[in-house]
Design a protein around this ligand. Structure first.
Ligand SMILES: Nc1nc2c(ncn2[C@@H]2O[C@H](COP(=O)(O)OP(=O)(O)O)[C@@H](O)[C@H]2O)c(=O)[nH]1
Ligand SMILES: *[C@@H]1O[C@H](CO)[C@@H](O)[C@H](O)[C@H]1NC(C)=O
Ligand SMILES: *[C@@H]1O[C@H](CO)[C@@H](O)[C@H](O)[C@H]1NC(C)=O
Ligand SMILES: [Mg+2]
Length: 388
């Protein structure tokens, strides 16, 4: 039965879908710049290829139930958790699940970061949840706050306009600080210098499945640089000039673009326009040295100079996604198919054998992977699409 409420919801969903399709087919900004350099560096398509996740993680990585094999091998890795003191109740929800599903067995350390000192109460509550080492770090002033080089009058005008247009977090300076920090600074923090891999966690997320293998070892053994579970398009209003800046950068630095890249995840027309697909960065398992490397460092500095973190509201998700897609090989971006994960309002729920193996508590039918608003099909297309 179609209740009136369901009918209204369906119509709203269809309208949003229509808007999305129209806006996708009508990119008008910034067609002026030459794209020849990007075209030269388009990923060669591999028709034979399948996305790497279609091949499940090898049996040798699985440890089985906790009564079985002890953990004999670990990666150089840590969790990274950026949070405010006021986030504590959501922080413990996420961390308790991470401990129960994975880390009480694997014992990776946690690094907590904040631009203000963590309170004794915050430290006590998270320390009680784990036997693994925990470090609490203060973010250096210049890595967090709006730089002096930003014209505050211009930035404010843009924020006010976004508020008027109901852009999510459009009026927030702290949110912009956070996006810029996550884009270009977290991996520079002194507490992260000791590590090569990180797993980012946010407050109030859910981990649905037992994980009896170490995803960091997959990263290390297969030389992956970026792992995700959910992908979707970014809001146009937050990044109107981001793609122009990206093209300007790649045109000026073609040698930094990886020839075997994942451009077709980002663009449906060979780099001319951005389809706004990005990996949802509230979940990330990544290589810190990749962010610290020459290509991404120069890329971030270039973007930072443009001021779009403040004059617009560039998010760390599109910035990381574009960086990983253009400066790494496509096979180095990994979809963690067997990690069940939710950050409101979307979730990835492993299907079939993976669901059973992980004893997942999400409903298999509630899975974002091939919903219309998901970009996973574009990720698949990177490996299967015919050559442009
Ligand atoms: N220290 C600190 N952390 C923040 C601040 N704003 C957001 N965060 C953290 O940054 C991450 C993203 O923020 P969140 O509110 O979850 O944004 P959303 O997921 O995009 O809605 C979370 O880990 C927050 O705890 C801030 O002003 N200070
Ligand atoms: C596309 O953008 C142009 C210029 O902004 C506008 O005139 C046109 O109506 C738009 N078309 C669609 C389908 O949105
Ligand atoms: C861990 O990785 C970091 C960054 O690559 C490196 O500096 C450090 O020496 C590594 N530690 C170990 C024990 O390998
Ligand atoms: Mg969040």
């Amino acid at each position: 039965m179609m209740t009136p409420m369901r009918y209204v919801l369906l119509v709203i969903t269809m309208l949003i879908g229509l808007h999305y399709i129209l806006s996708f087919s009508n990119e008008t900004y910034g067609r002026a710049t030459s794209i020849s350099n990007i075209k030269d560096h388009l990923a060669p398509a591999s028709n034979n290829g399948e996305p790497p996740y279609k091949t499940p993680v090898g049996e040798e990585y699985h440890h089985g139930p906790e009564t079985h094999e002890p953990i004999d091998r670990k990666a150089n890795a840590t969790f990274v958790f950026l949070a405010r003191n006021t986030d504590i109740n959501g922080v413990v929800v996420s961390m308790k699940q991470m401990e129960d599903r994975f880390n009480k067995r694997f014992q990776y350390p946690y690094v907590f970061l904040n631009e203000q000192p963590f309170t004794a109460e915050f430290k006590k509550r998270v320390t009680e949840l784990t036997d693994a080492p925990i470090k609490f770090g203060l973010i250096p002033h210049d890595h967090w706050y709006q730089p002096k080089s930003i014209d505050e009058a211009k930035a404010k005008e843009s924020r006010d306009k976004m508020v008027k247009n109901n852009v999510i977090y459009g009026g927030s300076v702290p949110y912009r600080n956070m996006c810029r920090f996550n884009s270009g600074f977290f991996f520079k923090h002194e507490l992260l210098q000791d590590y090569k891999y990180y797993w980012r966690i946010e407050p109030d997320v859910k981990f649905f499945c037992d994980l009896d293998y170490d995803p960091f070892l997959i990263m290390q053994d297969e030389k992956k640089v970026y792992g995700f579970t959910i992908s979707l398009p970014e809001y146009e209003a937050t990044i109107p000039t981001l793609w122009n800046a990206v093209r300007e950068f790649t045109n000026a630095n073609p040698h930094l673009v990886e020839p075997d890249n994942a451009m077709s995840f980002l663009s449906d027309d060979g780099g001319l326009t951005y389809n706004r697909c990005h990996f949802w960065s509230n979940f990330e398992i990544g290589d810190l040295d990749f962010w610290r490397g020459e290509a991404y460092t120069k890329f971030f500095d270039f973007l930072d100079e443009k001021g779009g973190f403040y004059y617009e509201r560039w998010g760390d998700a599109p910035v990381h996604s574009i960086g990983a897609s253009l400066f790494a090989k496509k096979e180095q971006i990994h979809f963690f198919n067997d990690i069940g994960y939710r950050h409101e309002p979307f979730q990835h729920c492993p299907q079939g054998d993976a669901h059973k193996r992980g004893k997942c508590w999400c409903a298999e039918g509630d899975n974002f992977d091939y919903e219309w608003y998901s970009c996973l099909k574009k990720y698949d297309g990177v490996f299967t699409a015919p050559k442009l």
